[in-house]
Design a protein around this ligand. Structure first.
Ligand code: ATP
Length: 341
């Protein structure tokens, strides 16, 4: 592959250990990437910087792609989520999360193969909250026609390129008639006017969640607004083995940040037990993005080699503890490296 520069943000909690493992695997796989390290999250604060330093954002704007470890978000107080801030500042409006059954990972279902598309910039994650009067607080859900249309078009275009057959919108437009109503109306219009050949349907999200845990094979692609996309991503992770195996990409018109769906998992940080696979799969998505968007076909060859290697490691029973195995982060990385062809 041609040499690429990519920003790397190790992040907090398990972030540095999984990032280090993934960089090691990529190097052995022959990924020609010059990493440009930058901080965000608690690490940036500890270094006396802002939680999302301006030079980190500027570096992603300059280089166009980043591989990012998770950043801790304080619960119920403190600074607002770095992950959410970054997506908004860079206008990374589409979150893509493929959820696929993995060889050697036994779960209740076989053959799960879903792609979740989450709107990344609006909804209840707009962060517009205020105290109306002591004891009464309010959070504003924002939906704009532009953003709803943009994500719907993105999802249908993705479906076309990836030979996906059906998009299901999960919503609550029976209750949130204006906001979710707008979301489904925009999706309906894009379907009707631009992509009538892709199958399209809608489900109220509570019923959709029940259906997902009963029979995930009934779904192909899911399109959701921000909060629903966040929650349903973890639900779907549970269908295929948990948070250690679901990658993600946050994509805008000019930049993309690749990060696992999981958070910083402080409960297992620093113990060399975290599963690096979700971030490794995110790196594979990054290589495929480089191949498609930067005319770098060699990057796809490296991505394919990595995928074969981690699938074969799993098939051989090489697993971290979250998947019922015994390997630590580094040992799993070694098992993947041994299988690189
Ligand atoms: P944050 O506050 O950053 O969201 P969190 O711990 O609340 O962190 P997650 O990081 O998503 O949320 O983790 C939820 C649970 O899943 C934790 O118990 C964690 O141990 C487990 N987990 C998450 N990621 C991994 C991983 N890569 N490998 C193994 N276990 C993981």
């Amino acid at each position: 592959m041609n040499l690429e520069r990519a920003v790397v943000i190790p992040g907090d909690g398990i972030g540095p250990e999984v990032t280090c493992a993934v960089q090691r695997i990529l190097e052995k796989a022959g990924a020609a990437i010059e990493w440009v390290p930058h901080d965000a999250g608690l690490t940036a604060l500890a270094a006396g910087d802002e939680v999302l330093p301006g030079d980190t954002v500027a570096a992603i704007e300059h280089h166009g792609v980043a591989l990012k470890g998770p950043c801790t978000t304080p619960v119920g107080k403190g600074f607002s989520s770095v992950n959410v801030q970054l997506r908004k500042r860079l206008n990374l409006y589409a979150a893509v999360r493929p959820v696929r059954s993995l060889p050697g990972v036994k779960t209740r279902f076989e053959n799960v193969d879903l792609v979740i598309i989450r709107e990344n910039t609006e909804g209840l994650y707009s962060g517009v909250e205020n105290e109306v009067t002591p004891g009464v607080v309010m959070s504003m859900k924002v939906a704009s026609e532009n953003a709803c249309t943009r994500i719907a078009r993105w999802a249908f275009r993705y479906a076309t390129h990836r030979q996906r057959k059906k998009i299901t919108v999960l919503h609550k437009a029976n209750i949130m008639k204006l906001t979710d109503g707008l979301f489904i109306r925009c999706a309906q219009q894009i379907h009707k006017k631009e992509y009538p050949n892709i199958e399209y349907n809608e489900l109220i999200i509570d019923a959709g969640c029940m259906r997902l845990v009963q029979d995930p094979s009934a779904f192909d692609m899911l399109l959701l607004e921000n909060l629903y996309g966040d929650v349903v991503s973890d639900l779907c992770a549970g269908l295929i083995g948990g948070l250690g195996v679901v990658p993600g990409a946050n994509i805008g018109d000019t930049h993309a940040v690749f990060e696992a769906v999981h958070g910083s998992a402080p409960d297992i940080a620093g113990k060399n037990v975290a599963n690096p696979l979700a971030l490794l799969m995110s790196a594979v998505m990054m290589l495929n993005y480089m191949a498609d968007h930067r005319a770098n076909p060699g990057a796809k060859a490296v991505a394919d080699r990595l995928r074969v290697a981690y699938d074969s490691a799993l098939e051989a029973g090489c697993k971290t503890r979250d998947l019922g195995g015994e390997l630590g982060t580094d040992a799993f990385a070694d098992a993947v490296i041994e299988r690189l062809q």
